[in-house]
Ligand binder design. Structure first.
Ligand code: UDP
Length: 238
């Protein structure tokens, strides 16, 4: 059997990816199907860390647009990611996979504090590590958390799960002539303002040469295809 291309990956799941058609909250059907896809690659011996977003529950910018203090609204967003992380942990453990949730904000009754060396050790033991609470800082995003944690744990790639099969020059849902990129340079993503991740996160990936694969999570088996090195979606990294 073919060997996986990557040994250690970070999977970035947006809150939206967990929400299903209603666009908010958590869909158990979807979270279970994502968990199954993750288990497939863990069973191949790939070390998987997951950074989970919170936009299906709360976004700091939305709170601040309604007059809230931005930092307070952002802390609420970070707590939302913890809720998602626990749901994901539950789904994975029901499938017999060992997991650890590590939170960037200490809440030791429900999650381990994030300690880099410990995270690496968990991965080496075959546990899925779920990084919760983003970077622990307001004004950042979970995309930036994905870039930061990838650099810290020396992940080979970030798998950016989306609902579309890559990066396009315009919205493929609105423009039937939208062109898909198979390969992109980080600087192109920044200059063209392409919807890969926010610019802080993209810059961190660029500076630390962390490749990003943008792919369609809704297509079953795509996480496996990505770790096997199949060309799916858009590769950002040159
Ligand atoms: N957040 C933050 N700092 C971080 C990560 C997240 O303040 O390091 C807050 C921010 O308010 C953000 C919310 O948590 O809107 C949810 O994260 P994000 O929007 O990145 O989730 P996603 O878009 O992936 O669902």
């Amino acid at each position: 059997m073919q060997k996986p291309k990557y040994k250690r990956v970070v999977l970035k799941l947006s809150g939206e990816a967990l929400a299903g058609d209603q666009g908010y909250g958590i869909s158990h059907e979807i979270i279970n199907s994502i968990a199954k896809q993750v288990v497939e690659v863990v069973k191949l011996g790939v070390e998987v860390a997951i950074v989970v977003g919170g936009g299906n529950i709360w976004r700091g910018v939305a709170g601040s647009a309604r007059g809230m203090d931005r930092a307070t609204a952002d802390y609420m967003g970070m707590l939302a990611t913890v809720i998602n992380a626990l749901a994901l942990q539950d789904a994975l453990e029901k499938l017999g996979i060992e997991t650890r949730v590590m939170s960037a904000i200490e809440m030791k009754e429900i999650a381990e504090p994030y300690i880099r060396r410990r995270a690496i050790r968990h991965l080496e033991k075959g546990r899925v590590v779920i990084f919760a609470a983003g970077t622990g800082n307001p004004y950042f995003s979970t995309d930036t958390a994905a870039a930061l944690r990838s650099a810290e744990i020396e992940a080979e790639v970030i798998l950016m799960a989306k609902k579309v099969d890559g990066v396009y020059d315009s919205d493929p849902l609105k423009n039937p002539n939208a062109k898909k990129f198979t390969d992109l340079e980080y600087i192109e993503v920044l200059n063209k303002g392409l919807g890969v991740m926010d610019s802080t996160a993209t810059s961190l990936c660029m500076d630390n040469k962390i490749p990003i694969i943008v792919f369609d999570l809704t297509k079953n088996g795509n996480i496996l295809r990505a770790v096997m090195g199949e060309e799916i979606g858009t590769y950002v990294g040159r």
